[in-house]
Write a protein that binds this ligand. Structure first.
Ligand code: F6P
Length: 376
């Protein structure tokens, strides 16, 4: 009896990031080459799944896209099938299930961030075989130490801070650089440390203006007449509120953060003599070609997700933990955020260098492990 050809769907949900096309290429090529499967791409994330906007992905369609930013399928963060705003917030998941059955899909690979993984989990509870593939510049998915897109965002942000440094020096200014990252401070921490920021403000540690001003004034006092502050968009002042750019209930995450850099500048002006300027890096961090690291991570995730989808293992997300590839149940990922823990080694290194985290004596685990003795 001839065996039926495997048919796997793929979509890219949520905000885009560099490396998605590399992942799509890996998923598609390995499904075709190794598993002799047919691949269908849904357009604009879950919207394509609801509206049945779908097209076959052939080998040729994904050739030459390894280095391209964005996603050739399009993405949307306003298309939750359980709360589908184009139809007044209706739950259209039953329709999605029917579409998956009518198309004869054996599995669906969902490339996305936290919102996508939560939807993927709910769809898998309905009986759809879903494999998750973690992408986001925020690096905030539970179950994986890295998401692809993050490394590229850190490179872009640190290159920007490097450039801010020279103009800060010339004008003896306080320069604030606001990074993305949602409620996690990974981008600000990694880019700030890589580019020699003097103050790094994270969502995980509420700052005080007095402490930031202390650093600026102290640097002035010792003749270093400029200060670089890297601030994550999700950071906030102690006892203060998050600075929100927009509320949009159609998004999977209704609050769009942004603007803390300008708020902080206004607060600081009352405390320091130097002029203060803010640069908001914004979507620049999500655009353009992925780094080699992100291309390879996306490729490794993609081939693994393809193998899992082809062999009937679903309800899981691929990830990397402590240097090894792994899988985690979507149930463990959905609805959680991986923020920077207080024992993150880079936090301790920042403190050892005299970098301020915006609070005096933060409760950070120090690099206290003894250096191993030199063998005799
Ligand atoms: O999750 C990625 C991210 O870029 C966040 O860092 C940021 O808060 C958000 O998306 C911005 O969303 P949008 O693309 O809808 O402006």
């Amino acid at each position: 009896m001839p065996t039926q050809t495997l048919r796997i769907g793929v979509l890219t949900g949520g905000g885009d990031c560099p490396g998605i096309n590399a992942a799509l290429r890996a998923v598609t090529k390995s499904l075709i080459l190794k598993h002799d499967a047919e691949v269908l791409g849904f357009l604009d994330g879950f919207e394509g799944l609801v509206e049945r906007n779908v097209e076959p992905l052939h080998y040729r369609d994904v050739s030459g896209i390894l280095t391209q930013g964005g996603t050739i399928l399009g993405a949307s963060n306003r298309a939750d099938p359980f709360n589908y705003h184009p139809r007044g917030g209706a739950n259209v998941s039953a329709q999605v299930l029917k579409t998956v059955q009518n198309l004869g899909l054996d599995a669906l690979v969902a490339i996305g961030g936290d919102g996508t993984m939560s939807i993927a989990h709910r769809l898998s509870e309905l009986g759809i075989e879903v494999v998750g593939l973690p992408k986001t510049i925020d690096n905030d998915l539970v179950g994986t130490d890295r998401t692809f897109g993050f490394d590229t965002a850190v490179h872009i942000a640190s290159a920007a801070i490097d450039r801010i440094h020279t103009t800060a020096q010339s004008h003896h200014r306080v320069m604030i650089v606001e990074t993305m990252g949602c409620h996690a401070g990974w981008i600000a921490l990694h880019a700030g440390l890589a580019s020699g920021a003097d103050v790094i403000l994270l969502p995980e540690l509420d700052y005080t203006v007095e402490e930031v001003a202390r650093v600026c004034r102290e640097r002035e006092r010792v003749g270093q007449r400029f200060t670089i502050v890297a601030v994550a968009e999700g950071a906030k002042q102690k006892d203060g509120e998050h600075v929100v750019q927009e509320r949009d209930d159609r998004r999977t995450d209704s609050l769009r953060l942004g603007g803390i850099g300008n708020v902080l500048a206004d607060e600081l002006r009352e405390f320091v003599d130097s002029s203060v300027r803010t640069t908001v890096l914004g979507h620049m961090q999500r655009g353009g070609t992925p780094t080699a690291y992100d291309r390879n991570l996306a490729t490794a995730f993609g081939t693994r997700a393809a193998a899992l989808a082809a062999t009937g293992r679903a309800g899981i997300m691929v990830g990397v933990q402590e240097g090894s590839f792994t899988t985690v149940p979507l149930a463990d990922v959905a609805g959680h955020t991986r923020t920077v823990p207080m024992d993150a080694p880079l936090l301790a290194s920042a403190l050892d260098l005299g970098i301020s985290l915006g609070v005096p004596n933060p409760d950070v685990k120090t690099n206290a492990e003894p250096v191993p003795p030199v063998p005799s």
